[in-house]
Structure formats: C-alpha cells, structure tokens
Design a protein around this ligand. Sequence first.
Ligand code: DGL
Length: 275
Amino acid sequence: MANDIGPIGVFDSGYGGLTILRQIRSLMPQYDFLYLGDNARAPYGERSFEVVYEFTRQAVRYLFQQGCHLIILACNTASAKALRTIQQVDLKKIDPKRRVLGVIRPTVEVVGSLSKTRHVGIMATDGTIRSKTYELEIAKQSPDIKVTGEACPMWVPLVENDEYDSPGADYFVRERIESLLSRDPLIDNVILGCTHYPLLLGKIQKFMPEGVNIIEQGGYVAQSLKDYLSRHPEIEERVTKGGSVRLLTTERAELFQEKATIFMGEALNAERVQL
Ligand code: DGL
C-alpha cells in the first residue's frame, strides 16, 4: 500500500451506494471516485454480523490496495454492523492514517430538526433494524424522539433484480409502509435507512401518506463529507482531483455498467474484480 494519494472509495453490497455517489459527485465533482459493489454477494441485509463484517473488511482492504485513503461505506448494513470494529480494530493494524466513514451518523444528525411530533420511522434491512444502530444514534442526539424500525427484506432484492419499477413491487412497498405506520401513527418523518431504497422512491412516495416526510440520505451524507474534508486537510490532500469515476463490481461488469450509466446519467465503464 505504497500510494500516498488516491481516489475516494465508495463501497456498497451492490447498486445502492450509487445513490450516495451521485449526490457526493454532484456536490464535489472535482474528486476522483472508486466505487465497489459486491453484487456477487448482495444482499447483505439478512447476513450475520460476522459475515457482513468479514465481507466489508475485505472490501475496505481492497480499496486501500487500490490507493484509497478515505472510504465511505455507502451501505447502512455495513455501517451498522462493521464500521465501528473496522475503525477501532482494523484501521490500527492496516494504516491508522486512513479513514473509513459511514452513512448513519450524517443521516441521524438532521432528524431532530425535522420531526415535530418527535415520532420517527426507519425503513431498512433486517440487519440494520436488528442492530438498533439508528435507535442508539438518535438517542444520543435527540433522546426525546421515539423511533420505530421496520425491516423491509424484499426491497433490496427488488432493486438488485431490476424489479424496482415493476407493478409487482407495489405490493411489497405498500405493505411495509402500512405496517410501519400502523405501529406508530404519529410518525411524521421516515428515514430511508438503506442506500438501495431511493431507487424505489417513486413507489415509496405513492404509498406514503401526505404529511409524512421521507428522508433520503444522499444529500446529507454528501454535505457531511464536504464538511469533513474541510475540517481534515490532512485527509483532503491525499485525495486525487481529476473528476473521474471508476466502477468495480464482483459480478457481471456489463450489467453493472448498463445500470450505473442509466442511474448516474453519464457513460461509465465497469470492471469485474475478485475480493
Ligand atoms: N444498500 C445497503 C444498505 O444501505 C445494503 C443492502 C443489502 O445488501 O441488503 O443497507
């Protein structure tokens, strides 16, 4: 790991992290980005703590080897289950000067100022909900907020299998929203706590009652990264500034390239890699 300068690494289990990359890139187009989607092993949502941690650690090591000094885990499941151990244990061994950041903290920071009823819902993968990370982080910032989590196990497979626009997806989106709001009808803000979910936004908006605000993470994560880089010039100077995006996937490159090009709105190449 000799490079002392490289792109910002962005990691997700699959396509979801592109929703974060798109926002980061629109706010900070000057930087180089290296995106890694572990599509071959997605979804991560129902996997155990140990497996999510191991897969995420492999991805982080790989991105470090490619020259990244700063990595964003653009995946709530990995942020919930692996980030802390990677920050506290692995970074010390690998290279204490490198940084790995997640997506949960920047999202949670805005909830206190948005909710009037002080009742907030989280829609996320089973792993994220079970970890209770959102509850714990919100309690630190806004202890008066009541948090209700709803696991949506079908939503990531709908995105990974290209079914997010299909009429069949309506059923799965609607039933989870109804379930969440029946458990706490006072909810006035719902966090989409999975980076895949913005790809289902059209359907989520269709079934979310008026008056319930949908919180998407991308913009908040991008702003928080910008603030972080301005507070940490020692990290910022280790990021290359060529305005490029390189995409890596552990599954079929052509498929990834096709979807990413549509989603990011620019022609992009993808390469297949093995972790
Ligand atoms: N996009 C990820 C998240 O934000 C993971 C989804 C999955 O692989 O289940 O949680």
